[in-house]
Design a protein around this ligand. Structure first.
Ligand code: CMP
Length: 139
């Protein structure tokens, strides 16, 4: 059924001015942008958003990268939006990402991988609420 997921266009992509190319891939894949804002994440936001990864060896690097430039945070809506977005993004590591996916076409490395997408419906709810209030989402 109709579902929502959370997406981030990461600093490596805003730096290269390819946010439009990425949003086109999402739209062509059947997703609709129902909320969007360009922000520069604070350390508090980056650490809070990625808190689940705080014991990982790459946590510091991940937080630094996400604060290194503007990002575009979005809510995407569509049929099975969480899974659909993951298909459109491709694997986390661009070396493993299927042809035609965002990460295969645009990602620079496993860390600078152009996009984030929620990994499940429960995570999607939490991640949407982390950045958006209900009145900012217009379906
Ligand atoms: P994302 O979907 O944003 O969720 C966590 C992020 O951690 C992931 O995408 C990657 O960009 C990043 N990540 C995962 N593994 C590594 C790694 N080995 N080194 C650096 N960053 C990583």
């Amino acid at each position: 059924g109709l579902e929502r997921t959370f997406s981030i266009i990461k600093p490596d992509a805003t730096r290269r001015n390819i946010t439009g190319k990425i949003i086109s891939k999402l739209e062509e894949g059947g997703l609709r942008v129902v909320a969007s804002k360009r922000i520069h994440m604070s350390q508090e936001q980056a650490e809070g958003f990625y808190a689940v990864h705080k014991e990982r060896p790459f946590f510091g690097e991940l937080v630094e990268f996400m604060m290194s430039g503007p990002v575009v945070v979005q809510v995407l809506e569509g049929e099975n939006a969480v899974a659909r977005n993951r298909e459109i993004m491709g694997a986390t590591n661009p070396a493993d990402a299927a042809e035609g996916t965002i990460r295969a076409e645009f990602a620079e490395s496993i860390g600078e991988n152009s996009v984030h997408g929620s990994d499940g419906p429960d995570t999607a709810k939490d991640e949407i609420a982390f950045f958006f209030s209900d009145d900012e989402i217009v379906g």
